[in-house]
Design a protein. Structure first.
Length: 314
């Protein structure tokens, strides 16, 4: 083969690579790949300090068909309701929080702080890209535009004590209307050494609420409908928080008075007359704080019981 033909082949291959790369960027414009996320985390963490390693994401859990609640949230949208959560390899072993790493100090000028550890701020472009297609719907995949925008959501950073009694970081995404409430509530819980096993974004569990519950993960925003309905959950608007959900399950009742406990691994904690750690009842500090801030508790519902669930109506 002569030299001229070889150069023509090289030029053709180069053109194909350029076109393929452009198409990939075009069709993936709203998503952040794991390689991009890893590259970001090799830079700096939320404090501007050089990161030493990458967070490890949990593998994709099996999808859940468990029921969800029937509570209604009064906002300009359809009727809204509760969310649902197997243990994955513990995201608590991550070396950095995903949201904190992706927001970094990019929102510092708009950050509202109780102190340097308890604050809320806008969701950065990097975090938006990461959430899109997981907890927030990809525009291309939605039947219609989501009924909440990223501009209405806030990133919340907290500290909490885990079940080993260690002080660790946590994070949530919520509706802007309850961001200040959550910062105040979680700071007071922290000051009273209230234990939460983990507080991580639902995206760590690929948006699978059942996986998050079974891992006993406390979380807030997840754009989804109530299972078996077309109604959006209160979590879809970032207006509901699930606290230590494995120990405070969601319970539905059949016409024959049978109980269905979600997650199923929480059956030992369905008896609310029993005494066990991390149980939320009306004497619990967590209950008292959320009620003081105008939230309602799923444990007080009549037709179902959702002992993990606190939500606020706008």
């Amino acid at each position: 083969m002569d030299r001229e033909k070889i150069w023509k082949m090289v030029a053709t291959l180069a053109a194909i690579i350029v076109i393929a790369t452009s198409l990939s960027k075009l069709f993936g414009k709203n998503a952040m790949s794991l390689s991009e996320y890893a590259a970001l985390n090799k830079g700096t963490d939320a404090s501007g300090v050089e990161a030493t390693s990458e967070p490890t994401l949990a593998p994709t859990p099996e999808p859940s068909l468990e029921p969800e609640d029937d509570a209604i949230v009064s906002i300009p949208s359809p009727d809204n309701n509760h969310a649902s959560q197997s243990p994955s390899p513990s995201p608590g072993h991550q070396t950095a929080l995903i949201g904190a790493s992706l927001n970094g100090n990019s929102q510092l000028e708009q950050r509202i702080s109780q102190n340097e550890d308890f604050y809320y701020e806008p969701v950065s472009d990097n975090l938006r890209r990461y959430m899109t297609g997981i907890s927030y719907p990809a525009t291309e995949a939605a039947d219609s535009a989501p009924e909440i925008t990223f501009d209405q959501l806030k990133y919340v950073h907290i500290l909490h004590y885990n079940f080993d009694g260690q002080s660790v970081e946590g994070e949530l995404v919520c509706h802007e209307a309850i961001a200040a409430d959550l910062v105040e509530i979680f700071q007071e819980l922290y000051e009273n050494a209230y234990q939460l096993e983990s507080v991580l974004l639902i995206d760590v569990y690929e948006g699978n609420d059942m996986a998050s519950m079974e891992a006993n993960n406390t979380c807030c925003f997840n754009y989804r409908t109530v299972d078996g309905t077309e109604r959006l959950s209160a979590h879809a608007f970032g207006l509901a928080v699930d606290i230590n959900p494995l120990y405070n399950p969601y319970i539905t009742y059949g016409e024959d008075d049978s109980e269905k406990v979600s997650p199923s691994s929480a059956i030992p904690y369905a008896d609310r007359d029993a005494s066990f750690p991390y149980k939320i009842d009306e004497e619990d500090l967590c209950y008292k704080l959320f009620i003081q801030h105008g939230f309602t508790w799923g444990g007080n519902w009549n037709n179902v019981k959702d002992y993990q669930h606190f939500q606020k109506t706008l």
